[in-house]
Ligand binder design. Structure first.
Ligand code: FES
Length: 167
């Protein structure tokens, strides 16, 4: 099961690698090997790095004396955690029934083609992440696309290009 947590992923900070490591170490020191603090440590690590790269997951497991499989399992369980970098802006095309019927699939294909990334991917310049959603509450004006927390309705491929260009 994949747990939904409705929080956006923070963009990576501009700190140096050393500063990031120092911040992460301080967080781990605060929680020690307390298993109950794992989610908070992972949360902070993701805030620091923008996502959870494998070496960070390994480091957290080692420093907290937890099996790597257990830490990786928690990362996988919560959809809030990401093991791939996220873009500055998240574009989600709705593929709920109403949007799918009215062209949502074509929008996904168009977005993948124009961004040059698959669903779940991020552009090379880390500007956009591409994802799909299941109904974002705008069925009456489908198809809908959400960019960060803004819902755009009756979107066409051309309109999607214009929306994207505004960011
Ligand atoms: S199905 Fe897309 S907004 Fe509801």
């Amino acid at each position: 099961m994949h747990q939904e947590v409705a929080e956006p992923v923070a963009p990576p900070t501009g700190d140096s690698d050393e500063t990031k490591l120092a911040r992460l170490s301080a967080a781990i020191d605060q929680y020690g090997s307390a298993k109950s603090g794992l989610i908070q440590v992972l949360h902070l690590a993701q805030t620091i790095y923008g996502y959870l790269p494998p070496h960070v997951i390994t480091l957290i497991a080692a420093r907290m004396n937890l099996p790597l499989s257990e830490v990786a399992g928690v990362v996988t369980f919560y959809s809030f955690f990401s093991t791939v970098p996220r873009g500055k802006h998240m574009i989600r095309v709705c593929l709920g029934t109403a949007c799918y019927i009215r062209g949502g699939k074509q929008l996904v294909d168009h977005l993948k083609e124009t961004l040059g990334v698959p669903v779940g991917g991020v552009t090379e310049d880390l500007k956009f992440s591409c994802d799909v959603a299941r109904c974002i509450g705008a069925c009456g004006l489908a198809p809908a696309v959400m960019v960060d927390d803004v819902v755009h309705k009756q979107v066409t491929p051309a309109k999607l290009d214009a929306i994207r260009a505004a960011y």
